[in-house]
Write a protein of this length. Structure first.
Length: 244
């Protein structure tokens, strides 16, 4: 069974048979959760505005230092830094604006049978991801309390990175993983997803323990402060479900 997707346009959202869905749910399927990314979380994790701000801050500091060391004086140094500041403000503003647009045009839906992702800033695409085609899922938490849930699909059900971005796990090109990104209450969403998934496939695979931004290595010692993927689901197989 392949993954279905439907195309549309942003102005057609008001004509959706059911909000966030390409068609009304059948009588035997229940809506469990709907949500959208938090734009600030998207700006930081998908568009990397914080890293960009740090980059420009370093450039501005270096520029001021260089001008002063060359004897240009404080006024000349400030004028020189002003142009870089304007460039930084413009770049960060554009990326933040894109994050807002992505958040406003995205709807994530979890039903009793599938995950639906309605995404797209210009051309709207809805991806239906049935639970039985999801191999595994994970949970990645961030310092601001937001989080991401990547979904690994069956090998024959791969979706292109360009079609999914930015709703895709970074640096997975050969086997892309759709990702519910920038969630405000990621642990709650992970529990809803796992409970529904387990009920659909006939097993009770529970979410593994969720850790905060500073993960623990396999030996139990603290690792770096980078957010890390933690076991938040199970992997399906012919014999049922096993923990990832």
């Amino acid at each position: 069974m392949s993954l279905d997707h439907h195309h549309g346009y942003p102005h057609e959202h008001e004509l959706e048979p059911q909000y966030g869905l390409p068609e009304a749910l059948p009588a035997n399927e229940r809506l469990l959760w709907q949500g959208a990314p938090n734009w600030a979380a998207l700006a930081r994790t998908a568009f990397h505005v914080r890293k960009l701000a740090v980059y420009f801050a370093i450039l501005i500091a270096l520029r001021i230092t260089t001008v002063l060391l060359e004897g240009g004086g404080l006024e000349k140094a400030m004028i020189s830094a002003l142009w870089l500041s304007l460039l930084a403000t413009t770049a960060i503003g554009i990326l933040s604006g894109l994050a807002v647009i992505v958040a406003r045009t995205t709807v994530y839906t979890i039903t009793s049978r599938r995950v639906v992702m309605r995404i797209g800033m210009v051309l709207t695409v809805s991806f239906n991801l049935p639970f039985k085609r999801i191999v595994s899922a994970g949970l990645r938490l961030h310092s601001d309390g937001s989080g991401d849930i990547p979904l690994a699909l069956m090998p024959e059900d791969q979706i292109g990175v360009v079609q999914l971005w930015p709703h895709v796990r970074p640096w997975r090109f050969s086997r892309t993983e759709p990702m519910l990104r920038g969630l405000k209450q990621p642990e709650q969403v992970a529990k809803i997803l796992t409970d529904a998934w387990a009920a659909c496939v006939g097993d009770r695979a529970a979410v593994a323990s969720v850790q905060r931004e500073i993960g623990l290595a396999e030996a139990g010692t603290p690792r770096s402060g980078r957010p890390r993927l933690v076991g938040a689901a199970a992997e399906s197989s012919a014999s049922g479900m096993r923990h990832a």
